[in-house]
Ligand binder design. Sequence first.
Ligand SMILES: Nc1ncnc2c1ncn2[C@@H]1O[C@H](COP(=O)(O)OP(=O)(O)OP(=O)(O)O)[C@@H](O)[C@H]1O
Ligand SMILES: O=P(O)(O)OC[C@H]1O[C@H](OP(=O)(O)OP(=O)(O)O)[C@H](O)[C@@H]1O
Length: 348
Amino acid sequence: MSNQVDTPSSSTILTPPSTAVAPGGDRSTKSSFGAESAMSLLVESLKDRLLFAVPKKGRLMEKTLELLAGADIKYNRAHRLDVALVQNHPIALVFLPAADIPRFVALGSVALGITGQDVIAESTHGDQISELLPLGFGKCKLQVQVPVTGPIQTLEGLSGGTIATSFDVLARELFSGENGLDKKVMEGKKTRVEHVGGSVEAACALGMADGIVDLVESGDTMRAAGLHAIHTIMSSEAVLITSKTPHPTLTPELSPLIPLIKSRFAGVLAAKRYVYASYNITRDNLPTALTITPGRRAATVSPLDEEGWVAVSVMVERKEVAKVMDELERTGAEDILIFSLDNCRVGV
Ligand SMILES: Nc1ncnc2c1ncn2[C@@H]1O[C@H](COP(=O)(O)OP(=O)(O)OP(=O)(O)O)[C@@H](O)[C@H]1O
Ligand SMILES: O=P(O)(O)OC[C@H]1O[C@H](OP(=O)(O)OP(=O)(O)O)[C@H](O)[C@@H]1O
């Protein structure tokens, strides 16, 4: 990925579009407006709204849009326009490249954002960012990779050579010994860091670099290029962020939207993570069953209209559900039912 955090994309927020959007998200063409009118209309429509930056493309976009839908944040986005007014809240979504979002948030241009922890770490404004909620998608690792069959197989061996990457800041930090590595080994040699905007994995085969620093999820890209990882710089996932310095336009009316959005997102994520289980069991077997399904706080246990039996309702992690059902069955549980959750509030 291209990661030029200090060079905001040419796609600026308020570029006057040929098709303007009237307040309220009307998609009609306003050909009678000039660029200036379109711009002032847009600026006017952003007044008294919380500005929320979301990835406009790439790996984080789709899941972010799903999260917004799950949180009932409704909007119309006009063709080619990077701003969309939310219909049911005083919020405007601003669609930006993920790598630019830390900068816009840190500088107070927008109040909230969604981006990857990797681009926050790479950003020179990273220390001004506060992470409000991990979002459970966009999970990947930033790794140092070298050709599997090459002569260099260690970080120490790479130091003094050439590294290709979109993560220049983190790569330089690593090879200058600022990242917990042996400072003496790294500092002695000058490692060249070459910026590459994408397809970083091709750099070694093309003879441009001895190693690369790039993101890895499944590892397919790395393996296909004949590379393997020799060091992990960091793990990353998408996060909801705000600035450590309160946003200048955050009025008492808009401020409560931040905890509201965080709480709605947490509910959507929890509903994906958990299922609701219910089963019947004898009182004798209840203590064992509760060790299998302790619940988030505690299970709800209600007496059944049959002597010696109780009904249990409890939340269970979705990924554990098959194993939990097997164990409950072995413990004598009957009528085990699993329900998917549409949404929930279970505490952040
Ligand atoms: N393979 C991957 N698996 C999971 N998450 C990833 C992966 N690659 C990137 N990401 C996450 O998605 C973010 C955006 O990466 P992506 O490459 O989609 O950026 P982009 O905005 O489309 O930029 P570019 O056009 O330069 O590629 C990364 O910063 C990282 O947090
Ligand atoms: O481990 P994997 O699952 O194969 O994913 C890793 C790849 O994903 C990202 O690139 P992306 O596909 O977003 O394209 P890019 O190279 O143009 O940035 C990253 O830069 C790797 O190349």
